[in-house]
Design a protein around this ligand. Structure first.
Ligand SMILES: [Mg+2]
Length: 319
């Protein structure tokens, strides 16, 4: 198999851009991959910009995922940040760092995985970069637009309910098993773009759950300057997490990261409106607590309403 060091940066990029030029066609792409920069026609809506990196040894090990699944994951985790604000992705850039011995088919599959995940949401990969590195790393940048209202982390008010989409803990269980050298399937992050754009019209604050529910709820509380109660018995724990951890599953699901579900605060007066749009979200929705007046702090309550201490709070790169 040919490796990057056999092919070189320029030949690989030239081949890739030939392949992408058809797939990247879009009325608003004036100059696509292959030139010094991409050129896109601006729309009338506000633009949302986000970037995120997946690095081998920090976020994944190569044996955990096929190259294609890794490319799809890189798109999904960035799209999740847009979903959390009510945005839909329109254009993407992908910067790659790879060791010289990387098999070319792996890198090809990685980029086509990314590009196909983008296309499935209506977005286009319009450019990127490749540099030599000691480990594989993917940095994606996404541009999105909001079809309606944009929601931030900062609007939650005392009395709002706290809600979460989907289920929690399955990705955490898979990553824990993989880290311990066992076999496990790390599923693709859920796609909550449609849910995010609908919920943005109703929520007072929203965030995606990437670093663990407890930690991300803490971010929302600090941005909104409120406190929160999390009712742990109401957490929608994924069956896979429940099977693996039994009675400890809910506490694990509260701190395990990589769920990429949406956590939002909803004023009581919008609950009827939420009931009306619920069927359109394409995912389940669970009320898991409430926002309180007070210093930004998350209290975890057990089934009897007693505060619990969970210890570790979630993922942090530097702690
Ligand atoms: Mg986020």
């Amino acid at each position: 198999v040919r490796r990057l060091e056999d092919v070189g940066e320029h030949e690989w990029i030239a081949r890739l851009t030939r392949r992408l030029s058809g797939a990247g066609k879009h009325a608003r792409v004036l100059v696509g991959p292959g030139d010094d920069a991409a050129v896109i026609a601006a729309g009338r809506r506000p633009l949302l910009l986000t970037t995120d990196t997946l690095r081998e040894g920090v976020h994944f090990r190569t044996r955990w995922l096929t190259p294609r699944a890794l490319g799809r994951r890189a798109f999904a985790v960035n799209a999740s940040d847009l979903a959390a604000m009510g945005g839909l992705p329109t254009f993407a850039l992908l910067a790659l760092e790879a060791p010289p011995a990387t098999p070319v088919p792996h890198l090809d599959a990685l980029v086509s995985g990314f590009a196909s995940a983008a296309r499935e949401t209506g977005a286009r990969l319009v450019g990127g970069n490749l540099v030599r590195g000691s480990a594989l790393a993917l940095t994606a940048a996404l541009i999105g637009e909001a079809p309606g209202r944009v929601v931030t982390r900062a609007g939650a008010r005392p009395g709002d309910g706290l809600w979460v989409t989907g289920q929690l803990g399955a990705a955490g269980v898979a990553i824990r098993a993989l880290t311990r050298g066992r076999q496990a399937r790390l599923s693709e992050p859920p796609r909550r773009l449609r849910a995010g754009s609908v919920l943005a019209g109703l929520a007072s604050a929203m965030i995606d759950v990437s670093d663990g529910l407890l930690q991300d709820l803490g971010h929302l509380c600090r941005a909104s300057n409120v406190a929160a109660d999390l009712e742990i018995e109401h957490l929608p724990v994924a069956p896979r997490c429940q099977r693996a951890l039994g009675p400890a599953a809910a506490a694990f699901a509260a701190i395990a990261g990589e769920d990429y579900e949406l956590l939002f605060a909803l004023p009581p007066r919008r609950e009827q409106a939420l009931a009306r749009v619920r069927a359109r979200l394409g995912c389940r929705l669970t009320r898991i607590g409430r926002v309180r007046r007070g210093r930004p702090r998350v209290r975890v309550l057990d089934g009897a309403g007693r505060p619990l201490a969970l210890g570790r709070r979630g993922f942090d790169h530097f702690r």
